[in-house]
Write a protein that binds this ligand. Structure first.
Ligand code: EPZ
Length: 420
C-alpha cells in the first residue's frame, strides 16, 4: 500500500489549478444512465471514485470512451442490464445514485446497499422513501435492493425529513423522466446539486426549476438529448489548499472556482487571520504569522461550514493561539483524524460530537495512518506544519478524492514523496 513521506515544516508559495469536483461528477455520471444518445462529460477529476463510477456504468452495458488529455469521457448506451454489483458499490457509497435513474429509465434495478463507512452508518432510508413516493416497489435481500416501477415513475410531492445530499440527487434523477411533475422540499442545496447537476440536466432538455431556497420542481420529460458538459471545480479541494496556505504562513493563488461558492470558508479563514483577495475565479490567500483560534465552529449543510472541511480546519486550529471547539453535526463518527493528529503532538479532547482543540501545539513529525478521505488530507496538512519527517500510511484513501495531490503540493514547496 502506498504511503507519503513529508518533511516539514514547508515553505508554501505558488499556484494551484483545481480539478473537477468529485461530488459533482458522481451524480452527473449516474445521470448519464437516463440518456439514449451519447453524452460527453469534461473536466472529470482523475480519482478512484470516478473510475469506480465509470466501471459501474460500464457494468450496465454502456460504452465509456476516455480521453485522458482533457479528463473527459464519452458515454454511449449499448445493451442494458440493470444490476449494480456489491463489489463496485461497496467501495463507493455514491453507487446508490444509480437507483433513481435506472428506475426512471428502465423501470427496474438491482443494486447493492452501499454499506456504511468509517464516518458513519450512512443509511439510505431517505433515498428509498423518496423513490417509493415516486412509485418504486422494492425489497431488500442479502444486501441488495430489488426495485421496480412496472408502470414507470409518477411525479409526486416529497418533503425530505432531513436534508440529504444523496437523497436529493437520487430524487432529482428519478423525477427527470417520471410522468408528471415532482416537487421536492427541504432539499440539499450544495452547488454540485443546485448548479452543476441542475445545469447539466437542463442543458439536455430536462425541466428542473428551483422555486425556493430548498424547493425544486421537476417536470418529467420523455427523453434527454445528447449533450457535452464540463464539471465545476472542486470546492472542497479549494478549501483544503486554502488551509495548507493558512497553516504554513504560505501564499497560494488558486484558480478555477467562483469564490462566492466558498464564502463561508473564506469568512472563517479571514477570522483566523489569513489575508484573502479574490477576483474572477481566482483566490489569493496568505497565511497569518499568528493563527487565531475559533471559539466555536459547527458543521452544517450548505451554505454552512462543510463537514468535508472539518478535519482540515481541525489540523489548522491545532496551531492556533488559544482553544477552539468544533462540533461535527452531520456524521456520527467523523473524528478518526484526532488520534493521528495527537501522534504529532496535537492536544485535542472529545466530548460526544465536540472536539476541544487546545491550540499552540508544536507539532513533530510521526508515523500516521489514514482512515477516510478528508481525515487523510488533514494528516497531510498537519505534517506540512510539523517539524521533521512524517510517514502517512494507506494513502489510497486520499487517491479516492484528490487528483495527484502530491504533484500539486510539490509544485508549491511541500517536501513530499510517494512510496509505493
Ligand atoms: C455527500 O454524502 C457527500 N458525498 C459527502 O462527501 C458529504 O460529506 C455529505 O454529502 C454531506 O455534505 C458525495 O457527494 C459523494 P447526506 P451523502 O445524505 O449524500 C444521514 C466526501 O468526503 N442520512 O447529506 O451520503 C447520513 O447518515 C464525502 O467527499 C440518513 O440518515 O450525505 C448523514 O448523517 C464524505 N439517511 C446525513 O444524513 C439517508 O437516506 C447527511 O448525509 C441519507 C443520509
Amino acid at each position: 500500500m502506498d504511503k507519503f513521506i513529508i518533511n516539514g515544516p514547508c515553505k508554501i508559495k505558488g499556484t494551484i489549478k483545481l480539478s473537477g469536483s468529485k461530488n459533482a461528477s458522481l451524480p452527473i455520471l449516474a445521470a448519464t444512465i437516463l440518456f439514449d444518445e451519447p453524452v460527453e462529460i469534461k473536466n472529470l477529476p482523475n480519482v478512484k471514485d470516478i473510475s469506480t463510477m465509470l466501471d459501474l456504468i460500464k457494468s450496465f452495458g454502456f460504452i465509456v470512451k476516455k480521453n485522458k488529455t482533457n479528463n473527459s469521457v464519452i458515454i454511449k448506451k449499448k445493451k442494458i442490464k440493470t444490476f449494480a454489483s456489491y463489489s463496485l458499490v461497496k467501495t463507493m457509497r455514491a453507487g446508490i445514485l444509480v437507483l433513481g435513474p435506472l428506475l426512471s429509465k428502465y423501470k427496474k434495478a438491482i443494486t447493492s446497499l452501499p454499506g456504511g463507512c468509517l464516518i458513519g452508518a450512512r443509511p439510505v432510508n431517505f433515498h428509498l422513501n423518496a423513490l417509493a413516493k415516486l412509485g418504486m416497489k422494492h425489497k431488500i435481500r442479502k444486501g441488495y435492493i430489488y426495485a421496480n416501477a412496472k408502470k414507470g415513475l409518477k411525479g409526486s410531492r416529497i418533503k425530505f425529513p432531513q436534508i440529504s445530499v444523496g437523497a436529493t440527487e437520487n430524487a432529482i434523477l428519478a423525477a427527470t423522466l417520471a410522468e408528471g411533475t415532482t416537487i421536492l422540499k427541504n432539499c440539499a442545496i450544495e452547488p454540485e446539486i443546485k448548479l452543476d447537476l441542475t445545469n447539466f440536466l437542463n442543458k439536455a432538455g430536462a425541466k428542473i426549476k428551483w422555486t425556493g431556497k430548498r424547493s425544486v420542481e421537476i417536470k418529467g420529460v420523455k427523453k434527454l438529448k445528447s449533450v457535452s458538459y464540463s464539471i465545476m471545480s472542486d470546492r472542497i479541494e479549494c478549501g483544503t489548499f486554502c488551509v495548507v496556505a493558512a497553516i504554513s504562513k504560505g501564499e497560494l493563488k488558486i484558480n478555477g472556482l467562483n469564490p462566492r461558492i466558498i464564502r463561508t470558508e473564506i469568512k472563517l479563514l479571514k477570522k483566523i487571520g489569513a489575508k484573502i483577495k479574490t477576483y474572477g475565479e481566482t483566490i489569493f490567500i496568505k497565511g497569518p504569522k499568528k493563527i487565531k483560534n475559533i471559539k466555536f465552529l459547527e458543521t452544517k449543510e450548505y451554505d454552512g461550514f462543510p463537514t468535508d472541511l472539518q478535519a482540515q480546519f481541525m489540523a489548522l486550529l491545532c496551531k492556533a493561539k488559544g482553544r477552539s471547539v468544533i462540533h461535527e453535526k452531520i456524521f456520527e463518527n467523523r473524528f478518526t483524524h484526532i488520534g493521528e493528529l495527537k501522534r504529532l503532538g496535537a492536544k485535542i479532547s472529545i466530548i460526544k460530537n465536540k472536539a476541544i482543540i487546545t491550540g499552540n501545539s508544536d507539532l513533530e513529525g510521526a508515523e500516521l495512518m489514514s482512515s477516510d478521505l478528508r481525515a487523510s488530507v488533514a494528516l497531510v496538512i498537519a505534517a506540512i506544519a510539523s517539524k521533521g519527517k512524517s510517514i502517512i500510511n494507506r494513502i489510497y484513501h486520499l487517491d479516492r478524492g484528490y487528483e495527484s495531490i502530491e504533484n500539486k503540493l510539490k509544485k508549491v514547496g511541500v517536501k513530499i514523496k510517494r512510496l509505493s
